[in-house]
Design a binder for this molecule. Structure first.
Ligand code: CTP
Ligand code: CA
Length: 224
């Protein structure tokens, strides 16, 4: 009964959250991927749902279960993720947490690439994937609040701010993945919240705690 009385400021709102890596096939047995456990994205989807939000989670391949109370769509590639996100519009909130592979290979045949004696290794021809956050940040059906992540190894705040502008986001969650906590796949995260108004540096927190704080911040921003 106590739980039912918890405040649900996001009732009537719809959020789209991306999570996990994408896998880009090289041939039928190999792929290119980014490092991502999906923990932070899944935790954010669950935290938004706990505030009463209707949530569509679009996730790449992860070993996590689908979060309770969240409509979860499973995809593999960046192009599939882009299509699933656009299909889920309209939304009030977009939180793009996925570690999307920036490039895919030009993949035209369904044959396994074989090693060949005395031949040079195959050269992979890469093409750029769609930028999902940037597309949503400039979309005709742009959600009221667009949130992105920036995992950086250097100049975290400066690189994060450049992304805030370039992607048309309202807020970027930037973290240093170079050393210590925030290392990809870990349980904890130390982030900086970048908005046009300024920077708020949060302490080193459990990813569930980062998710709960971010969901609360999103609810506060939508309320004003
Ligand atoms: N993102 C996305 N689609 C892509 C690439 C990134 O939606 N094709 C999103 C991520 O989910 C994240 C944000 O954009 O919210 C920043 O991702 P990041 O990889 O840091 O930015 P890039 O623009 O790809 O720049 P770079 O990798 O060169 O730092
Ligand atoms: Ca990238």
């Amino acid at each position: 009964a106590l739980l039912d009385e918890a405040p649900k400021p996001l009732v009537g709102r719809h959020a789209i959250v991306t999570s996990g890596p994408t896998h880009e096939p090289i041939d039928p047995v190999r792929y290119i991927a980014n490092r991502s456990s999906g923990r932070q994205g899944h935790a954010i989807a669950a935290a938004l749902a706990r505030l009463g939000c209707s949530v569509t989670l679009v996730t790449g391949p992860v070993t996590l279960p689908d979060p309770a109370g969240v409509e979860t769509k499973h995809v593999e590639t960046a192009r599939e993720m882009m299509a699933a996100v656009e299909a889920a519009l309209p939304a009030d909130i977009a939180v793009m947490v996925a570690a999307v592979a920036d490039w895919r290979t030009v993949f035209d045949e369904g044959h396994k690439i074989k090693k060949q004696a005395n031949a040079a290794p195959p050269a992979l021809q890469l093409v750029e994937n769609p930028d999902i956050l940037k597309t949503i940040g400039h979309h005709a059906q742009r959600p009221k609040l667009v949130v992105g992540f920036a995992a950086e190894t250097d100049d975290v705040e400066q690189n994060g701010r450049a992304k805030l502008a370039r992607k048309g986001a309202d807020l970027i969650v930037a973290n240093d993945v170079g050393h210590g906590t925030g290392v990809m796949g870990g349980a904890r995260n130390q982030v900086h919240i970048l908005t046009p108004e300024g920077t708020d540096t949060w302490p080193d927190l459990d990813k569930d705690e980062v998710a709960a704080r971010l969901a609360k911040l999103i609810a506060d921003k939508l309320a004003t």
